[in-house]
Design a binder for this molecule. Structure first.
Ligand SMILES: O[C@H]1[C@H](O)[C@@H](O)[C@H](O)[C@@H](O)[C@H]1O
Length: 566
């Protein structure tokens, strides 16, 4: 009976996703919204720094060249890369919440140093330290959200990370825009200092969040896990549905401890703990996590964000540029009064707003339409938009003045691209890596995927200016090609994870570990072949002793927990 109740409540077809499902899971929703403050810090920095680096007082005080300006972005990204990887280890060793606390403290220290900077080295140091916090939070928030979410709304809840990031971008951009004309250093100290507020709120508040029930199960703290799950689902601890969910988590953890001599999460050797991600068992998932972030970044969202205004100016719209041909510097390199140039507003500010608008339907539909459908549709539209921009540049760049319609068409394409990205690779980029890894390697898998985000973000920042200098048309053809490759990757390599429990997703990769209830149309498995047959709502694998071990452990657990079916 309990099994039927569980299937009915958590099954793919019965439980509502979208707003109704979100409302039904409002405790998990509230916790996810709070945890998403981690994403806010990340986006805010991105939004604000473009404005800070061109503020009158800032430029007058420290007349720095492009090299130092590039450093400002680069040190944060490199710090974030380190932070994400370090958090992958600490999140298992201590807990998700305590690592969030530590990351928030580091972020606050970094932000304070930036705010109080008396010299450029201070600022760079502050950004490196702050970057460690930003990077750690950028992996911890989605990881925590994935582990507290019920399957039917997990996509929506993790997509809140993207909502937080882009809200941060928009708020940071417009706040910096608003203070830019203030007299003195307050114009830039204020927007840098304001980020202390979310950092402190997250650091203090995270200890009040319920701990991840999945991690507690892995650590053998079953009573605590039950309590946390009961709180998150707002159900009685003895509720059969709750016990079924707990059972599936315990089953996964037990299978893990009985089938592997050493739990990677507890592995003493750093090298073996990470190298396990490249073992045969996990390689496919690692490729999905790392590939997801690779393609998210190579869609070139940040290239447009950083270099969009320059591009638009080079095609003859907005503020006039000095010199001929496309300038390849970041908008920040262009000198004090360009911060408020119509182009900067139109593109940098506009791209943030379009991302923000697009992520809202994505949150509603990501669990209904599925991740794969969004990725496949999004990549095609993005690829076509880049291609159209390349074509327009190729066709008209020698004489934009007499082809204003063509120039405007390019701007429209930038927005179409951003809309498609905001509905697909933006949010799904954070969702997918958090769900494909099983518990034993989840934090490291998410850390490595997040590290892929920061590394590729860094590479794009580095190569876009010389590539644009060489040929803007070729630049866009390159990005168009990576988007079409992303389509092939999504079609061939990404399984549909929507609506499945994290334990169930392991089955899509042939783990055989942990899935209790299937109840999902197997045609949705995508290209990943699941060998076995379905009986009694259970997917039975065709071969191997693991299935037997699973049924054995399941029977043991059912007996111990007093659940039917034992
Ligand atoms: O998902 C985010 C978001 O789309 C940001 O705007 C972008 O700058 C980041 O690199 C990306 O990871």
């Amino acid at each position: 009976m309990a099994r039927a109740a569980y299937t009915q409540l958590h099954g793919h077809f019965h439980h509502p996703s979208g707003p109704r499902g979100l409302w039904a899971n409002r405790t998990a929703l509230t916790c996810a919204i709070f945890a998403s403050i981690g994403g806010l810090t990340f986006g805010y920095d991105q939004g604000v720094i473009a404005n800070v680096l061109v503020m009158r007082d800032f430029v007058g005080r420290w007349p720095i060249g492009p090299w130092e300006k590039g450093m400002m972005t680069a040190v944060l990204e490199l710090g974030a890369l380190l932070g994400a990887l370090a958090a992958g280890v600490l999140a298992d060793r201590y807990s998700r919440r305590h690592t969030i606390l530590l990351a928030s403290v580091i972020f606050v220290i970094g932000s304070a140093i930036q705010t109080l900077s008396q010299s450029i080295p201070h600022l760079i140091t502050g950004r490196a330290i702050g970057g460690i916090g930003v990077g750690a939070l950028s992996m911890l928030s989605p990881l925590y959200m994935a582990e507290i979410s019920p399957p039917e709304v997990r996509g929506s809840l993790i997509a809140l990370e993207q909502l937080a990031i882009v809200s941060g971008v928009v708020f940071g951009f417009w706040f910096g825009f608003g203070t830019r004309n203030m007299d003195g250093s307050i114009s830039w100290r204020l927007p840098l200092g304001i980020q202390l507020i979310p950092g402190i709120i997250l650091g203090l508040g995270c200890l009040f969040l319920p701990p991840s029930p999945r991690l507690l199960v892995l650590q053998g703290k079953l009573e605590d896990a039950k309590k946390s799950l009961a709180y998150l689902r707002q159900r009685d601890a003895d509720d059969p549905v709750l016990r079924e969910e707990l059972l599936s988590m315990r089953l996964e953890a037990l299978l893990l401890s009985r089938t592997s001599s050493e739990t990677p999460a507890k592995s003493t050797s750093i090298v073996s703990a990470w190298s396990v991600l490249f073992s045969k068992k996990y390689l496919r998932r690692t490729m999905i996590g790392v590939g997801m972030m690779f393609f998210q970044q190579w869609s070139a969202i940040n290239a447009l964000l950083y270099y969009g205004p320059t591009l638009v100016e080079s095609i003859g719209l907005g503020a006039p540029t000095s010199g001929s041909g496309p300038s390849t510097s970041m908008p920040a390199d262009e000198g004090g009064d360009k911060a408020g140039s119509p182009t900067n507003l139109l593109v940098s500010g506009g791209i943030g707003i379009v991302q923000l608008v697009a992520v809202l339907p994505a949150i509603v539909f990501i669990d209904r339409l599925g991740r794969r459908a969004l990725l496949r549709g999004g990549s095609v539209v993005m690829g076509c938009a880049h291609f159209a921009i390349a074509f327009l540049i190729y066709q008209f760049s020698s004489d934009w003045e007499h082809h204003q319609a063509g120039a405007w068409a390019a701007v429209v394409c930038i927005y179409i691209f951003t809309l498609a990205y905001g509905l697909s690779f933006g949010p799904v980029g954070w969702v997918l890596p958090s769900e494909v890894f099983p518990l034993e390697v989840r934090s490291k898998g998410v850390a490595l995927s997040t590290a892929s985000n920061w590394t590729n973000n860094f590479i794009i920042g580095l190569i876009t200016p010389p590539l644009m200098a060489y040929s803007p048309a070729i630049t866009f053809i390159t990005f168009s090609t990576t988007c079409f490759l992303a389509y092939l990757w999504a079609s061939r390599c990404v399984p549909e994870t929507a609506g499945r429990s994290l334990e169930e997703i392991g089955r899509l990769f042939g783990d055989g570990g942990g899935v209790l209830y299937h109840g999902v149309d197997s045609s949705q498995f995508g290209p990943i072949e699941v060998r076995g047959e379905e009986r009694d709502g259970l997917l039975h694998r065709g071969s191997g002793g693991r299935r037997d071990m699973r049924s054995m452990i399941e029977a043991e657990l059912r007996a111990e927990m007093g659940l039917d079916g034992a």
